[in-house]
Design a protein around this ligand. Structure first.
Ligand code: NG6
Ligand code: CA
Length: 500
């Protein structure tokens, strides 16, 4: 045989083999919604809204009925997702202003760093809300660091905080996109700066008024009053209605760019957080007002991602995880007639409470894991949390993690082999609750029982609360007086965990 031919055959086989081995590692995409409720999707029982793309994901994967964010607001939940630690262990991990410093330590394991160690390319597209830089005072006109890169993302395309907070700009690899050096950006959360009109002084300029007493009346960008003041960066400022296309395009580009190697993509969408301004395509489509429209938009984005994976032939060996950072809220800053247009839709399903509350509506989320190559479709009642991705993927890759002390390896539950999941789980609002064997204990609290501003059933009561979630998922029947021993046992467990 011709030597040259033999050589190229060997090289060919070897590289084919290498390619095949490399391809064995599944790609992983976490699609993370913002303020989506347990009852907001048709695959979780919603009847007034149809979410066919997420439903399809649930149908081909595992749909969890007891899957949790760690907290009922954004920053602490995302902190736990990234670090594998409960946010209440660290001060300053509540809802962050848009100019906050990075709150994630860069010397511990993080979820993306585990993927990096396993040889993945890691990307983040979407909402960050975990702070940037070392201090509140920072120069937005050059690379702001530390940030996603230092946490473990090789690539990032983000907005820094929330859709209702300044700076209203996109940042690619920690640089403001489209910044004109002659129009530098300054951000201030204490003092009014610059000459831009504010929602407070110029309500006539607003296309969606702020609700009374909700704030959201500082610098106006794109006809929306924001939280915080911003000056400059006129050309870089976003138009809310283009956010979904922008994030989707960047997410698809990341997938395309890394189709030959294993990748991890954290795709953190802004829907259905306020301000809810859908693209033209979805205006009025849900017949449930703006909140419904942006949920359809979220569902569309999920469909576009799954379509692209199929097109690239990556659909079978890509794990798609879908969840949300906290429960639903209808009224959260702007007058978008959320209540008037609900039409009987129940964003938290049969759960009590929602965003900001310690009740199940606060942290129990839509939670779907799809991996056509390995996971059998079904429904799982295992107790699992987003905090567990870090330890579970670390164990899957045979890696050790550092300091992710609250992350549990529940790989078998995530892949459908175990129906139990965690032993216990701690939920956070502005206070704590603990769940074990489907008993839920909520600590006594001095907080208001009902947040008037957001119409939230907070779950705060001055007395201890104990619920048996097996037959009382709606947390209606407080059994604390009936089972004082159970209360004691759970309070002890909670205190022991707190002391760690
Ligand atoms: C609250 C805002 C709310 C929203 C939330 C953050 C007020 C009165 N309310 O403080 O509009 O921005 O923070 O939401 O300012 S989260 O999903 O990022 O946690
Ligand atoms: Ca949120």
């Amino acid at each position: 045989m011709n030597h040259k031919f033999l050589l190229s055959l060997i090289i060919g086989l070897a590289s084919f083999n290498f390619y095949a081995t490399a391809q064995k590692k599944p790609n992983v995409i976490i699609i993370y919604a913002d303020d989506l409720g347990y009852g907001d999707l048709s695959c979780y029982g919603a009847t007034k809204i149809k979410t066919p793309n997420i439903d399809a994901l649930a149908k081909q994967g595992l749909r969890f009925t007891n899957g949790h964010a760690t907290a009922s607001t954004c920053t602490p939940s995302r902190y736990s997702l990234m670090t594998g630690r409960y946010a209440w262990r660290k001060k300053g991990t509540g809802i962050l202003p848009g100019d906050a410093a990075l709150i994630i330590p860069t010397d511990n394991s993080s979820l993306p760093s585990i993927f990096q160690q396993a040889g993945y390319k890691t990307g983040l597209v979407g909402k960050w809300h975990l702070g940037l830089g070392n201090a509140v005072e920072k120069d937005w006109n050059k690379e702001v660091k530390p940030g996603p890169k230092e946490v473990g993302f090789d690539y990032s395309f983000i907005f820094p905080a929330t859709a209702d907070r300044v700076p209203t700009v996109f940042m690619e690899n920690q640089l403001v996109v489209g910044l004109d050096p002659n129009d530098p950006i300054t951000v201030d959360y204490k003092n009014q700066i610059g000459t831009d009109p504010t929602g407070k002084d110029h309500p006539e300029l607003l296309k969606m008024p702020a609700e009374a007493n909700h704030g959201h009346n500082q610098t106006i960008v794109n006809g929306i009053g924001r939280i915080g003041y911003m000056q400059g960066g006129k050309l870089a400022r976003w138009t809310d209605e283009e956010i979904p296309f922008t994030f989707l395009t960047k997410a698809k580009n990341f997938i395309e760019d890394h189709k030959q190697e294993p990748f991890f993509l954290y795709y953190a969408l802004t829907e259905p957080h306020v301000p809810r301004l859908s693209t033209t395509m979805f205006k009025g489509k849900s017949e449930l007002g703006n909140r419904g429209d942006v949920i359809l938009q979220l569902d569309w984005a999920v469909g576009e991602i799954t379509k692209q994976l199929k097109y690239l032939g990556l659909d079978k060996n890509t794990i798609i995880i879908f969840s949300s950072d906290n429960g639903p809220v209808i009224m959260d800053g702007y007058e978008d007639q959320g209540f008037e247009k609900l039409n009987g839709h129940t964003p938290a399903g049969s759960l009590r409470g929602g965003k900001y509350s310690i009740l199940e509506g606060g942290t129990r989320e839509p939670f779907i894991i799809s991996w056509p190559a390995k996971i059998k479709p079904g429904v799982s009642g295992a107790l699992v949390s987003q905090i567990d991705f870090l330890a579970s993927f670390a164990s899957f890759f045979n890696l050790e993690s550092r300091n992710a002390i609250d992350s549990k390896n529940v790989w078998d539950a995530f892949t459908g082999k175990d129906q139990k999941g965690r032993d216990f789980f701690i939920e956070q609002s502005n206070q704590l609750a603990i769940v074990k064997d489907n008993w839920k204990y909520i600590r006594p609290s001095k907080g208001e029982a009902f947040y008037k501003l957001t119409h939230t059933d907070s779950g705060n009561l001055p007395a201890a609360q104990l619920y048996n979630l097996t037959d009382d998922l709606g947390e209606k029947n407080n059994l604390a007086l009936k089972y004082p021993e159970k209360v004691k046992e759970l309070e002890n467990l909670l205190s022991t965990e707190e002391a760690k």
